[in-house]
Design a protein around this ligand. Structure first.
Ligand SMILES: CC(C)(COP(=O)(O)OP(=O)(O)OC[C@H]1O[C@@H](n2cnc3c(N)ncnc32)[C@H](O)[C@@H]1OP(=O)(O)O)[C@@H](O)C(=O)NCCC(=O)NCCS
Length: 147
């Protein structure tokens, strides 16, 4: 697999780049399911960390970390632009977010993986917890990783 060189940084909530990342999330994660975000949902994300991956100054991927308690963050909304998938962007975003979470003092990461992305997270050493469940109308698994 080719791995492209990207820059990853935290996006300030409400910034132009963060707003652009909502469009990417919508296109990759919601539109294919016939869904969209509502304003209340988006506003509640001011307490999440928004990590953006850039390839040649263009947004290539996004990942959010939501603090659940003092020890745990939830990884959510992991999305890579269609034409940038399978080039190592997702993997680098996850690795960056793990270092980021460690620096903030978190001990574990949890997430709800779409069944279609299960192998991606298994390769990054996330473990399945419990049975398959439905979220946003599609099968998911809870996964966790100790940092
Ligand atoms: C899933 C997603 C985030 C992965 O990001 P990516 O940049 O395409 O993945 P990478 O190139 O970093 O892949 C890392 C490894 O995982 C594998 N992989 C990536 N996506 C995969 C998938 N959907 N199923 C199985 N394996 C996958 C790659 O082949 C690669 O394997 P390798 O290390 O053995 O070569 C991205 O494809 C995406 O946005 N998909 C649509 C939205 C989505 O499903 N998001 C996750 C919601 S839980």
């Amino acid at each position: 697999m080719t791995t492209i060189k990207i820059d990853i940084k935290e996006l300030e909530f409400g910034s132009i780049e963060q707003k652009e990342s909502v469009l990417l999330r919508s296109k990759i994660l919601r539109e294919p399911l016939g869904l969209n975000f509502n304003d209340e949902e988006l506003l509640s994300e001011d307490s999440n960390y928004h990590l953006g991956a850039f390839y040649q100054n263009h947004l290539a991927g996004i990942l959010l970390l939501k603090p659940m308690n003092i020890k745990e963050v939830k990884m959510r909304q992991v999305a890579v632009a269609q034409d940038m998938q399978k080039m190592g962007v997702g993997k680098q975003l996850v690795h960056f977010s793990e270092k980021f979470a460690i620096e903030k003092g978190y001990k574990t990461i949890c997430l709800h993986a779409r069944k279609s992305a299960l192998l991606f997270y298994l390769k990054l050493n996330y473990c399945i917890e419990g049975n398959e469940f439905i979220e946003v109308g599609i099968p998911h698994y809870k996964m966790t990783k100790k940092l």
